[in-house]
Design a protein around this ligand. Structure first.
Ligand code: XMP
Length: 527
């Protein structure tokens, strides 16, 4: 196992992710982790980047004991500066020009050989830089192994110990050969085993869950039918069986036949212990007259917790009567790493909270009020890894590849007031759009697609009569991380066919509009 110590860079998780791609297991721990408190010995250590300046008051510093361990160490960006600062405080200075973006890196050749860190990487390569500080001189005992136009010490290595530092970020895909550099370090220099796979993740997580929850502990979790909550639920079921209670709340703004489909899949195919609560009336009544998008979200979020809390109480009461289990102490969340990064960061300056993401926020009242503790088995993983994990757990391709669906559902795709009639129209149009995308064989090429509803109406002519009807907005985007997105390039033929079917089959619709806006500046959802 490689130990990755996190100094708070937004890229740290990408390090562990790239290592997983190389089938090398890496555990990521905060940079404050003391070696003495670790009950295992890493074969190598990576010090991540971070948003601080090593010479600042309060900047985090690594436990010096790691340097006595004798295992190879690689410092990336802040990690490099930390290595240098350790040997002499004057080694790191604020750069005259901050450097963000691509740089041309040249690995230095000595007697015709580049350093082992750059094995098989002769010649120039593009790397990604993101730093303000830089080394002003080489730390004692080190030599230069790579340079860029702006950084004479873009890569350094110790003369006799296996200690390396690089100024650029090999973990981001913008760095050509970044994965090779990480492989050279982890496998070549540290000798890490390359036997990690998703099957091992399942085994590890199941053990971890069982240890956390204990023999009688019970876990509650909300499911939505989306891939994240389904994968988390399946993993939990595999770990503790029926001591895991899944709850699906029908908020009246779900897709067509969604609750029935989810119920069937989760109970019949995956064997998960699921309760479906139909609260659609409560939600739709509460949404009457609400026009403001934030208010919609707030109402739905609040009502969700009310319904969920009431259900939890019932489950808890029933559980208390059975002999097999104790109190419900845990709450499962299918939080992924990108959700975490959008919401929190290691006390860093980039700590922004996106209100609509559920990280920690959803069950706050429950967790604080009832002492429920969060359990988040997917929090280290990225979407594609969750999909791979889903496959490993025997979840169908169709479910694993499902487009994401927001918690507030169709309500944030209906501009203006959410009424039962408008939900029905958006839902039917959405069903036609998605079915046609599936039939065209392009569902898996699109990251997210849906039909929404405009707040205005438009005139149309139907059967010689002038009618005044709804306008459907169709949106389909491609995105790797949902932070940026591009419109999917449908053919004109496909567009016309979708518009014709929706107008013919959904009563009350007179127009179909395609939303081609990129994100940014648009968002994926309409509200
Ligand atoms: P936006 O609209 O912010 O969406 O570009 C990015 C991704 O997040 C999803 N999304 C949500 N998911 N609750 C959720 O569970 C929400 O309130 C919410 N709002 C947006 C959206 O579907 C897209 O995948």
């Amino acid at each position: 196992t490689i130990l990755t110590l996190d100094f708070g860079s937004q890229y740290t998780h990408l390090i562990t992710r790239r290592l997983r791609e190389l089938h090398v297991y890496s555990e990521m721990l905060p940079c404050t982790q003391k070696l003495a408190d670790l009950d295992w010995t890493p074969v190598g250590i990576i010090l991540s980047g971070g948003p601080y300046s090593v010479y600042e008051d309060g900047a985090p510093h690594v436990d010096p004991a790691y340097f006595e361990l004798g295992v190879p160490i690689l410092g990336i960006c802040y990690g490099l500066q930390e290595l240098a600062y350790r040997s002499c405080k004057d080694n790191v200075v604020a750069g005259t020009a901050r450097e963000y973006g691509h740089a041309q890196l040249q690995a230095k050749s000595v007697n015709g050989h580049v350093d082992r860190l750059f094995e098989n990487l002769e010649g120039e390569m593009k790397v990604w830089m993101s730093h303000g500080d830089k080394l002003s001189k080489l730390p004692d005992g080190f030599h230069t192994i790579a340079t860029t136009g702006n950084s004479p010490y873009a890569g350094i290595a110790h003369e006799s110990k296996h200690i390396y530092g690089i100024q650029f970020h090999p973990e981001v895909t913008h760095s050509e050969n970044g994965t090779t550099i990480l492989r050279n370090f982890a496998v070549g220099i540290c000798g890490a085993k390359t036997n990690w796979d998703m099957g091992k993740f399942v085994d590890q997580e199941i053990l971890r869950i069982r240890k956390l929850v204990g023999e009688k502990g019970q876990v509650l979790g909300a499911v939505s039918g989306g891939v994240d909550s389904t994968v988390a639920a399946k993993l939990m079921h595999q770990a503790i069986g029926d001591r895991f209670h899944a709850v699906l709340v029908n908020n009246g703004c779900m897709r067509l036949n969604e609750c029935e489909t989810v119920h069937k899949t989760l109970t019949e195919n995956l064997g998960i212990n699921l309760t479906v609560v139909d609260a659609s009336k409560l939600f739709l009544d509460g949404l009457k007259g609400v026009l403001d998008p934030e208010q919609k979200r707030k109402f739905i979020g609040g009502a969700f917790i009310d319904v969920f809390e009431a259900e939890a109480k019932k489950i808890e009461d029933a559980a208390a009567k059975s002999d097999k289990a104790g109190k419900i102490e845990w709450f499962l969340q299918g939080t992924l790493y990108p959700d975490v990064i959008e919401s929190i960061s290691f006390k860093g300056p980039s700590a922004t909270i996106k209100t609509h993401h559920n990280v920690g926020g959803l069950p706050k009242r429950m967790t604080e009020g009832q002492g429920l503790r969060l359990i988040e088995p997917l929090r280290e993983l990225f979407k594609d890894e969750v999909r791979a994990l889903g496959r490993e757990l025997g979840i169908s391709h169709e479910l694993v590849m499902r487009h994401p669906f927001p918690g507030p559902g169709i309500a944030i795709r209906i501009l203006g007031e959410v009424t039962p009639e408008r939900v029905e129209i958006a839902r039917k149009a959405d069903h036609i759009f998605i079915s046609m995308i599936r039939e065209a064989g392009i569902y898996d090429d699109i990251s997210q697609a849906f039909a929404g509803l405009d707040s205005n109406k438009a005139v149309g002519v139907m059967g010689d009569k002038r009618v005044y009807g709804y306008m459907i907005i169709l949106r389909a985007v491609c995105s790797s991380d949902f932070m940026t997105a591009d419109a999917y390039p449908f053919t004109n033929e496909f567009r016309k066919a979708v518009a014709t079917r929706i107008i013919n089959e959904v009563d009350g619709v007179t127009r179909c509009l395609f939303d081609e806006t990129t994100k940014p500046p648009g968002t994926i959802e309409l509200e």
